[in-house]
Write a protein that binds this ligand. Structure first.
Ligand code: GLP
Length: 244
């Protein structure tokens, strides 16, 4: 299997170890194309990258970034949009050129146009060198929810009740959680030359196990990573507790 599993002790160690993988990419190719993710899991990793940048170890000055997904209907100025999240946790704290950071345009109501534009922009940048992923409890990556088939390109999704519930913790009212999103497809993600998945906490242990060792099925979208030639999974002790 082409998946390398790195077990660390706790959230801080997971964050540091995963940040090192991205830092190494930036060091070897300062103009690399990095796919980024939201959710609470990567926040510590972003803090580590900010530290590295402040210490002069790495620079984002020549890098290009593409985020996985965005809520449909939320402009980038909304404090629950993923653009806002990225500015707050990473982009406003490092030397990245904002115009070289992309998040799907949730404010564009024309789903087909917004998604096609995003897919094309990734291709024009030369494709993604390293794609960071978190994982949902149902195995979703980006917002690719369990389905009957693997969606290929960036597309419009209806979020499942379980994802809406999980993400409602960040909104004042569950009624405020958008029901739709634009997300890179499984095909978009699989085209990245390297994939880095991070998971933390005992509530992710079962899905990490299913992802790595279960059948490859669109019912567990992340299981498709078993077919990718270059995947690193960094977990803390709890998330890795059911793996060997
Ligand atoms: C959201 C994001 C995913 C993320 C997942 C898990 O639904 N769209 O990209 O991986 O949540 O989030 P967390 O890391 O907070 O558990």
């Amino acid at each position: 299997m082409a998946i390398e599993l790195i077990k660390t002790t706790d959230y801080a160690a997971m964050s540091r170890r995963a940040a090192d993988v991205i830092a190494t990419c930036l060091e070897s190719d300062p103009a690399c194309v990095i796919g980024l993710a939201t959710g609470s899991t990567p926040i510590g990793l972003y803090d580590c990258l900010v530290e590295d940048c402040e210490a002069g170890k790495i620079s984002f000055a020549e890098a290009t970034t593409f985020n996985l997904d965005e809520y449909r209907g939320l402009p980038g100025t909304h404090d629950q949009s993923y653009r806002y999240f990225m500015d707050k946790h990473l982009f406003d704290r490092v030397d990245v050129r904002k115009e070289f950071t992309s998040v799907p345009d949730g404010a564009d109501p024309d789903a087909d146009a917004a998604c096609a534009r995003y897919e094309r922009a990734i291709e024009e940048a030369g494709g993604i060198d390293i794609q960071l992923l978190g994982i949902g409890h149902n195995g979703h990556i980006g917002f690719n929810e369990p389905a009957d088939s693997f969606p290929v390109e960036t597309h419009l999704v209806e979020l499942t009740e379980s994802t809406i519930n999980a993400n409602s913790r960040l909104f004042e009212d569950i009624a405020d959680v958008p029901r739709e999103a634009y997300t890179m497809g499984i095909g978009t993600i699989m085209k990245a030359r390297m994939i880095l998945l991070v998971a933390s906490g005992s509530d992710k242990a079962q899905i990490v196990r299913d992802t790595l060792y279960g059948p490859v099925t669109p019912r567990v979208p992340a299981s498709v990573l078993q077919l990718h030639p270059n995947v690193v999974v960094v977990v803390d002790e709890e998330a890795g507790s059911l793996c060997g």
